[in-house]
Design a protein around this ligand. Structure first.
Ligand code: AMP
Ligand code: ZN
Ligand code: FE
Ligand code: FE
Length: 288
């Protein structure tokens, strides 16, 4: 008898700040018993083609996704996009802006850390990023680990790189409402990632989510995520039902970069995936 389909809709590869290549990620997904994954790298879709090719070989369905860096009233909000057309000009242009802003702050991180007594060069951060087109703080953390300044990414964020820590450097993010519109314009479905993770419960209130549904047609929210405790998950699930939002679950896997987020640790119900795929098909996106 077939078991319930295992679906993980939020994963990262080394094309952004995960540690698996897209091919390794798909292989690990197959080993974890997942039938469907979405690859959702930060501000880039560069890994999708390779992941989908590997998915065909491994028997894993790979939904095209990405995780957009957005902001609401100056607070960082991550927006998952599914099924967007890769050739959409407006979304592609916005992704270029986001990645340029990521690249542009590498030098600033090197300067700030050096000021703080941890000598590090931009070249070392770029080396940690490898060929990733989307460079981020986890790569800065990896460079710090290489120098022996911290033991791992977690320590780097907790002491230095976190949003309220001394080595934090800001960057450009798309306004959340506009980001949802861009995703829809590219045929995709827009789902807010870990809405109540890391203090964002005060930002993404019921009123705000209600307004995003009304004014921008937000499609869903991530409910089952390691950043949410049982109570958060219950409340978010109730909110999703009340607002007609698709509720998803995921690992937010980053390979060995976040050991507490193994593939499949949270999963999405088959009915929720079908709902998302209907939305994508209706909008003219790519259900994958
Ligand atoms: P950035 O994209 O440069 O703003 O960096 C933020 C990213 O760092 C997030 O999307 C997470 O993937 C990752 N991150 C945040 N906190 C931690 C942590 N404590 N340990 C490892 N990675 C983290
Ligand atoms: Zn990440
Ligand atoms: Fe995120
Ligand atoms: Fe993520």
């Amino acid at each position: 008898m077939m078991g319930d389909m295992r679906i993980d809709l939020h994963t990262h590869s080394a094309v952004s700040d995960g540690t698996d290549t897209p091919e390794q990620l798909v292989r690990h997904a197959a080993l974890a018993g997942l039938e469907v994954i979405a690859l959702t790298d930060h501000d880039t879709i560069d890994g999708i083609a390779a992941a989908q090719a590997a998915g065909r070989a491994e028997g894993v369905r790979v939904i095209a996704g990405l995780e957009l860096s957005t902001e609401l009233d100056g607070h960082s909000v991550h927006l998952l996009a599914y099924g967007t057309r890769p050739d959409d000009a407006e979304l592609s242009a916005e992704l270029v802006l986001l990645r340029e802003s990521r690249s542009g702050r590498v030098e600033a991180f090197a300067g700030r850390l050096t000021e703080l007594g941890m000598e590090i060069t931009a070249a070392e951060i770029w080396q940690a990023a490898g060929s990733a087109p989307s460079v981020g703080r986890p790569h800065v953390a990896d460079a710090m680990v290489s120098r022996g300044y911290v033991a791992d990414r977690n320590e780097a964020f907790a002491q230095w790189l976190g949003d309220d820590k001394p080595a934090y450097v800001t960057r450009y993010a798309t306004a959340l409402g506009r980001a949802i519109d861009l995703v829809h314009g590219a045929g995709g479905a827009a789902v807010i990632a870990h809405p109540w993770g890391r203090g964002s419960r005060e930002v993404l209130t019921t009123e705000v989510l209600t307004r995003l549904v009304r004014d921008h047609g937000l499609d869903g929210i991530e409910v089952d995520h390691e950043d949410h405790d049982e109570r958060d998950r219950k409340e978010l699930a109730r909110l999703a039902t009340g607002l007609g939002l698709v509720a998803t679950g995921s690992s937010d896997h980053h390979g060995v970069g976040k050991v507490d987020h193994p593939l499949g640790v949270n999963v999405t119900h088959e009915a929720a995936l079908e709902h998302l795929l209907r939305i994508i098909t209706t909008r003219g996106g790519l259900p994958g």
